[in-house]
Design a protein around this ligand. Structure first.
Ligand code: G4P
Length: 280
């Protein structure tokens, strides 16, 4: 369920994440592959400081695969570690551990050189609500049933999940807040289901969705709503969709709220196909 964030929530979330950070060697930052920038927490760099990070583009099955490939390349060009995953089918999960091992190898080799035996890599998952953190943890936990239990020496007891031979994952994720300053980001978060409908005006979300798809995925829009051409004004598009789908008031006029809800449901439910809203 999406959380409504207030300054108090943000401060608490930040404190909790900072505490957990002390326990781990590496962070898995989950962002939604459909909005890899809009679903990122803008303060993450500052919060995690120098801790190594792997960015996971989650729900890759719901995103435009061409755009995901571009984002992966873009992030890799910025020297970031990045993978696309689908926690529901398990695609990409094997690579998570391997990449973490590769990133931490120099440090672990140094330990071995000094005669120390490195313990399992400790990792945590972090991200804004609804990006698939719990789904991923459950998926990883199911594959590797053994929970390692509480770790001695840690002030607050934390449960770890064994992932493969060389990794332990904190069983609770770090929850961060999304960016709220930017209206467009808000619409994108709403269209991907990351924030509740009640936060923004329904018709505004639907208008954004229609204009966005008209610009970037016109074919998908035309096919879904049986259009031979896209009306010049968005109200014309609302009227067409409302009539086509029977979203009418008693007098036969189009019910715009009902139509807006339907459009949002269609977009979220992949009825226009896999879409990416952060365009590169
Ligand atoms: P969170 O812990 O980060 O808050 O997210 P959570 O795992 O609860 O996932 C949010 C929703 O996203 C869930 O849908 C979940 O099934 C879905 N999801 C997670 N990972 C993937 C993925 O890789 N692919 C797809 N297609 N879906 C994924 P839900 O339980 O139906 O919730 P909702 O739809 O009511 O929000």
């Amino acid at each position: 369920m999406a959380i409504q964030w207030f300054p108090g929530h943000m401060a608490k979330a930040r404190r909790e994440v900072t505490e957990k950070l002390k326990l781990v060697d590496i962070i898995f930052e989950l962002v939604d592959a459909r909005i890899p920038v809009s679903s990122a927490n803008p303060m993450l760099d500052e919060i995690i400081q120098q801790k190594p990070r792997i960015t996971l583009l989650s729900k890759a099955d719901m995103a435009d695969s061409k755009m995901t490939a571009r984002w992966l390349e873009h992030f890799a060009n910025q020297n970031r570690h990045v993978l696309a995953i689908d926690a529901q089918t398990g695609t990409g999960l094997d690579k998570m551990v391997k990449l973490a091992e590769t990133i931490l190898k120099p440090k672990r080799d140094r330990m071995r050189a000094k005669g120390m035996k490195p313990r399992a890599i400790r990792a945590m998952i972090i991200g804004i609500p609804n990006v698939g953190k719990s789904t991923l943890i459950n998926r990883l936990a199911k594959r590797n049933i053994a929970k390692t239990g509480n770790t001695p020496g840690v002030t607050k007891a934390q449960a770890w999940i064994k992932v493969g031979k060389s990794m332990e994952l904190l069983d609770t994720p770090g929850i961060l807040w999304p960016k709220f300053e930017d209206e467009e980001v808000g619409y994108k978060l709403a269209l991907t289901g990351a924030i509740k409908d009640t936060i923004l005006n329904l018709q505004d979300i639907a208008v954004f969705g229609l204009k966005f798809t008209e610009k970037h995925y016109p074919q998908a829009l035309m096919e879904r709503y049986q259009l031979t051409e896209i009306p010049a004004e968005v109200v014309g598009l609302f009227d067409h969709i409302g009539r086509l789908r029977g979203c009418l008031r008693a007098g036969g006029e189009v019910d715009y709220d009902k139509t807006a809800k339907l459009i949002i449901r269609d977009i979220r439910g992949q009825k226009l196909g896999p879409l990416t809203f952060d365009i590169l």
